[in-house]
Design a protein around this ligand. Sequence first.
Ligand code: HEM
Length: 536
Amino acid sequence: LNKGVQHSNAKTENLAPHTADSTGEFMTTNTGLKINDDQNSLKAGDRGATLLEDFILREKITHFDHERIPERVVHARGSGAHGVFKVYESLATVTKALFLNDTATETPVFVRFSTVAGSKGSTDLARDVRGFAVRFYTQEGNFDLVGNNMPVFFIQDAIKFPDLIHAVKPEPDNEIPQAASAHDTFWDFISLTPESSHMIMWAMSDRAIPRSLRMMEGFGVHTFRFVNAQGVASFVKFHWKPLLGIHSVAWSEAQAISGKDPDFHRRDLWDAIDSGAFPEWELGVQIVPEEDEFKFEFDLLDPTKLIPEELVPVQRVGKMTLNRNPDNFFAETEQVAFHLGHVVPGIDFTNDPLLQGRLFSYTDTQLTRLGGPNFQEIPINRPVVQVHNNQRDGHMRQTINKGKTSYGPNSIGANDPRQATAAEGGFVTYPERISAGKVRARSKSFFDHFSQARLFFNSQSDPEKNHITDALSFELGKVKAVDIRERMLALLAQIDKGLAAEVAYALGLHIPENIGEQLNQNIPADADPAGYASIQ
Ligand code: HEM
């Protein structure tokens, strides 16, 4: 236990001027006027009517009336914590990112764990993927590693994300069920989307019902790029390994906990940090040299695939410790705006089509969720370094930019910010060569949907396999449409015939013979079917 350890770091100091402590202070209006009575409204006579003149009443009620903002369109339910990250040894051979080079620097972090499907007030113990979003407040700006507790994803292309989420969220006519995937629209979509097979195995495994947020792995999912100071790039997959180990609850326990304490994970994280039992994770990286891009049986750009650790070991390169609870849930955990497009020099993207779409989605949604273009000025979103550019104005602008000019090039503004060369720390996009015509068709290198699903199932112990069988039987048992259940059985049979047979038995159904034609293989409407024969 680290009880009593005081943690001061740059982000704590950066937040301090924005905090308020009213202990022993006079109550005031928002304009600073000391209030004499905020418990009784101003009336004409002691029995009223209430007077419109009462600015104290009006201000108090008006602010209350506008307290709510939209919850996140996904990952609405979350818990946050502050901490620090330190790299063990310099990774300068593969990345020039300073926070991964300098072993002396303790980088402040803010982490938000979340469920995906449920609304803000839903249970922590839903069978669901968990978000694992980490912001590093580095000396080169914010780097956000916006990952999940599973290493792969349901879909290969971001253009399908609205479909996936519409299918998993409560059904549009009756808004049922809350925070659960056990319903027709979800399994309808999954049964028609074979690329989700691998992720479904993870989502029906014990990984989907963690014992504690402190006992989950995290994954960046996509293949990212590291770039070193010489401009040499390599592919990288990010991992978080919990030092408490990986632990889950049984489904019967999850259901009981949901009833007794829907805040179970949030409370556990808060209490652990409050008592000084600081949760820790090691950052892991799998590194693949650029020249090995095509050496695997799967495509590194396909987010439904992982790189087996037997092929490329995970190197543990640093440690994150969560050591401070937020002061205010709304100001910090709710207003934090993660985005995997927040990178630092030395970390870059790949052409993974899911990653590419995410690069658009996060800022776009935050413009609505956080009310306009100035949400980066909210204290939890401010970097610990200074911000200088020619962006101006907009709702709720906080910064008072000095000077006459806000454009470039200009010859009259002493206040004009300069562009930075790479040597001065400027971000230079990795000059990856691309030579191709525009196409919508998906690469055939993305078409093997079942090998890694099978690999995952076979990696499970017998009790873990039984949990997957039970989870699928429970979930599909809630599906009303028999054709959806049967299509799922046919899909499961592609992964493991024994698994499909056991689920079929539990559902009292037979595995249908052929469902190939019903499966959506993402073939463009006017494509030559011969070219796609291999996937039927
Ligand atoms: C939110 C992870 C795919 C759109 C989140 C959050 C996480 C996450 C952890 C919660 C962030 C927070 O705590 O504030 C992932 C992962 C993905 C994935 C690991 C796949 C590998 C996508 C895709 C899209 C998308 C494909 C859209 C094309 C969003 C949106 C939010 C969100 C709009 C809400 C952000 C906000 O309101 O601040 N995602 N996501 N995600 N994600 Fe994703």
